[in-house]
Design a protein around this ligand. Sequence first.
Ligand SMILES: [Zn+2]
Length: 435
Amino acid sequence: MTRGLPWGLLAGLLSVTALGSEVPQTAPQPRSAYFSLTNKGAALRFYNRLANNKYWFVASDAPVEGALASQKLTARSGERLVLVELHGVAPARLPGELARMDDFAVLSEPYNEDLHMINGQAVLFGEELGAKLHSAPAWTDGLSPLHAMTSRVVTHLSTLSVDPGFLESHVRQLSGDQPVTIAGRRLSITERRQDDNKANARAYLRQEYEALGFTVTEKTYRGGWGFGTHVNFVAEKAGADPSRFLLISSHLDSVGNAGADDNGAGTISALAVAKALKDQELRYSLRILAFDEEEIGMVGSAAYAQQLQDEGQLDSMIGNINMEMTGYNSANDGAFHIIDCNENTSAELSKKFREVAERDQDLRLRFVAACTNRSDHASFWRFDKPAVVFSQNFFGGDGNPCYHKKCDKVDRMNFDYMTRMTSLLARVTQELLVP
Ligand SMILES: [Zn+2]
């Protein structure tokens, strides 16, 4: 039964077809909510929960006890409430702004507004007020099972590097620059928003992962608001102890463009790591996810995290390394982000990336601090699980200028940088999983 419509998608369609004056009769989100700035650990029931290094920013149906600041806000007629990460770059007041607390704001926004580019700025992200209340497990502020894995001193492993030619040819194929052959059929994956193109992209990935000896499954879920069936792609290599797994992820969908960097790059980085580790014995399983519907509000990863929880699998997850845009570096300075926002035990994962980047000078990579909730890793934070984003220097002034534009194609990419980024990911993964 259909409970409603995916308004994000509908709004996207309306905006591209220039029917933007049509507004849904009833929004699935509540019209009002309490918005609170709290210490970490203070809220276990919420519609949304965003983090920065110090605080949580929570939207909920009731005031949060002990909140540092709190306001009840209501959307303007025909609009929706949106939470925005400001990254210290926002002007004094944004259009539609209702309130601001620390580095977060709440806006009342028309449905056709692109939440990836608030006020036309690519680093300003919005998140729609959630429709359902979420109950989180209690905040754990200690060491995770990851600690033993990330803190061991590793000197006995071979130094992994990935092949730049493999990365380039596969990004070209996943972003329609070169045709692919799937089960004898030659076609081009020109974009990854339409269902048939996404199905082709998954069939392509299936072929690639099966050739590496990985087991592939497609995990379906009901989309956005119970509208249609959508698919997360899963590839797995079992470890000696298959009861625990490390989750490496990217999103496979695009905003209707070629999506070479966003997020063909992250998706192919994951494939290259699978190739680098295919013949190694692993202690725990390596699970690689290509999420659906990230671009309409991290819908695929939210559904997957909930499925893991419902199936009693979430505690088997060691942690999540999520990749967003690993292929653009115009400054050629090797700058990268590994983002943990000081959430639960996520810093144990990011610390490993920083240590390996510092130790292995051949990678010529340099860490730049940032914090964002705006990718699939945040779906795991809401269940108090360690998760990080590994990304180009998006918040340090060197994001891809073709982000969410037609020109996000291979000609903008720096495959030397992507090779070094992917090699770092491969070495970290090896140190975590190879005995
Ligand atoms: Zn993306």
